[in-house]
Design a protein around this ligand. Structure first.
Ligand code: PMP
Ligand code: GLU
Length: 384
């Protein structure tokens, strides 16, 4: 049988693959510490779970409108209109099966074969594959994103740009000056922007993350915002994300969704409504404080590991150290797993060879033990 050349050119998701492999090894009895998964290790807060149970008991188990129940779309539009000071309503919102699905829909709706899309490095693992799945060409600048890179890419025909702050894998948050210059550069081009804001509520610095729409609100006509409940409310398995975009872009995403998945799970939508309406804000604050404390702990432990360099992450739940003289991080991670039973993600999955990503969405014990194992492995490797 012949398969699609486009789909055959895609790489598997290293994040999902390695998390699954670590789980499998653990199940088979091996002593494994996994700092792979980018998902909270807390249960979904009870008020949200109860809203899901109530939806089942109330029989809200049939198809819903394919882009989501009106109640959730209205709540998302209201909450993000306030947050970003942009006037959005339900017709701008699509509720999908996770933020990943929203991103895939939006990319699919905007990219034509041969279109170039700018993806600043380090990028989240799925962005290049989403662009390629539409026949597009990822453009990966060598340096950190700056106005010159944007203008250069636009001159070379790039049609769009994906932004993700706080960043997965680095936890990087741009300064307001940096974001304002990025917004100005975009405004000088015709490029569309997708701002993946999934970690917007996991920020450990003072104040909000500078957002492109704060500086250039007029860019809302060609900027889509993507977020969801997975990370902030420990709801990764419920599969609910949402996007806010201009009406045409949202309509096209909605048509694509109607012909592929139909609506996201009805029960999950009612549970997500409880989250968006603030019914679990106390639990959200508690989980946030745990992630902030773990960020401090992993940074303090890593600062005792000789030879690695890292920037303190200002958001999300990842730290992204640079290794001493390693050119094959996939090989490094595989040996680390074999010899020490520590699973982490190679930087190559994020377009950053020479780095590894450690998730601190893990227990304090796993974080401590994980860094000890990394330290031991590096000492053995670099001590003659
Ligand atoms: N964007 C980024 C940067 C992520 O790390 C993730 C994590 N999975 C997603 C999107 C997708 O989130 P979801 O689980 O809601 O699909
Ligand atoms: N986003 C998470 C991560 O980067 C979960 C895995 C995935 O969806 O790729 O680890």
């Amino acid at each position: 049988m012949k398969y699609s050349r486009t789909i055959m050119s895609l790489s598997p998701s290293a994040t999902l693959q390695l998390s699954a492999k670590a789980k499998e090894l653990k199940k088979s009895g091996r002593d494994i510490v996994s700092l792979t998964a980018g998902q909270p290790d807390f249960p979904t807060p009870a008020p949200i779970a109860q809203a899901g149970i109530k939806a089942i008991m109330d029989g809200k188990t049939g198809y819903t409108p394919s882009t989501g129940i009106p109640e959730l779309k209205e709540a998302v539009a209201e909450s993000y209109s306030l947050r970003r000071n942009i006037e959005w309503n339900s017709s701008n919102v699509v509720v999908s099966c996770g933020a990943k699905h929203d991103l895939a829909n939006l990319v699919r709706a905007a990219v034509n074969p041969g279109d170039r899309v700018l993806l600043p490095r380090p990028y989240w693992v799925s962005y290049p594959e989403m662009v390629k799945a539409s026949g597009g060409i990822p453009v990966l600048p060598e340096k950190r994103l700056d106005p010159c890179e944007i203008l250069k890419a636009a001159d070379l025909g790039a049609v769009g740009l994906l932004l993700n702050y706080p960043s997965n894998p680095s936890g990087y948050v741009p300064s307001s000056d940096e974001m304002s210059r990025i917004a100005d550069a975009i405004a000088d081009t015709d490029m569309w922007v997708i701002s993946d804001d999934i970690y917007e509520d996991l920020v450990y610095t003072e104040g909000a993350v500078p957002h492109i729409l704060d500086y250039r609100p007029e860019l809302s006509s060609r900027t889509a915002v993507v977020s969801g409940v997975s990370k902030t409310f420990a709801m990764t398995g419920w599969r609910i994300g949402y996007s806010l975009a201009n009406r045409e872009w949202s309509k096209l995403s909605g048509i694509l969704q109607a012909h592929s998945t139909s609506n996201p799970c009805s029960i999950s939508q009612w549970a997500a409504l409880a989250a968006v309406e603030g019914k679990a804000d106390k639990e959200k604050r508690e989980m946030y404080r745990s992630f902030r404390d773990r960020r401090d702990m992993i940074c303090s432990k890593l600062s005792d590991v000789e030879g690695i360099q890292f920037d303190r992450p200002e958001g999300a739940f990842y730290v992204f150290p640079r290794l001493p003289a390693v050119n094959d991080t996939a090989g490094f991670c595989s040996e680390l797993l074999d010899e020490e039973g520590l699973a982490v993600i190679p930087g190559s999955a994020f377009g950053a060879e020479g780095y590894i990503r450690l998730s601190f969405a893990a227990s304090d014990d796993d974080i401590r033990e994980g860094v000890n194992r990394l330290n031991r492995f590096l000492r053995r490797r670099y001590t003659v």
